[in-house]
Design a protein around this ligand. Structure first.
Ligand code: HEC
Length: 142
């Protein structure tokens, strides 16, 4: 009976939401301006050049920390970038640039990038071979 009552409630809630308009499902093709799909087309070769170039602000390149193909990080706690979703990479870089995502080492790397450079870097690292791994064994939990 309890289960029945609960599902009855859930149904009632769904009907109320539907009647009020409820949460509007995302409309296909409609994106917020801050998300990666609003970026210009990424160019892999330009991204590769940029990934290897020393940044003015820090004197470091992406490859210096994330390694060749973004897959050989300087420190095991640094993320691998190779084969990651293009939109995820671009979104992360936009978030570091805006300050929404903050990290002592990474934020400075993204601050000077323009939209085209973010799109190029995302296209480049997404095009590299993926080496998926988790952080198992990287951080000790006490
Ligand atoms: C000084 C070392 C360093 C340099 C140089 C550097 N990064 Fe990073 N990067 C990091 C670290 C550390 C993190 C993880 C930060 C965190 O936890 O938010 C990171 C995170 C990222 C992420 C998020 C990945 C994820 O899985 O969420 C992206 C994308 C990224 N870096 C791209 C770049 C690009 C592109 C460049 C060159 C413009 C670059 N990085 C230069 C150290 C660096």
């Amino acid at each position: 009976m309890k289960t029945f009552a609960a599902s009855g409630l859930a149904l009632a809630a769904t009907l109320v939401l539907a009647a009020c308009g409820g949460p509007t499902p995302a409309e296909p093709g409609v994106v917020r301006a801050t998300i990666a799909s609003a970026l210009p087309e990424g160019r892999i070769e330009e991204g590769e050049r940029k990934a290897n170039a020393k940044g003015d602000a820090t004197g470091q390149s992406c490859i210096d920390c994330h390694g060749a193909d973004g897959n050989n990080p300087l420190d095991p706690s640094y993320p691998k970038l190779g084969g990651q979703y293009r939109d995820y990479l671009a979104q992360s870089l936009q978030a570091y640039r805006s300050g929404e995502r903050d990290h002592a080492l990474m934020s400075n790397q993204a601050r000077g990038l323009d939209d085209q450079q973010i799109a190029d870097l995302a296209a480049y690292f997404a095009s590299r071979p993926a080496q998926v791994r988790d952080l198992h064994g990287v951080h000790s939990i006490n």
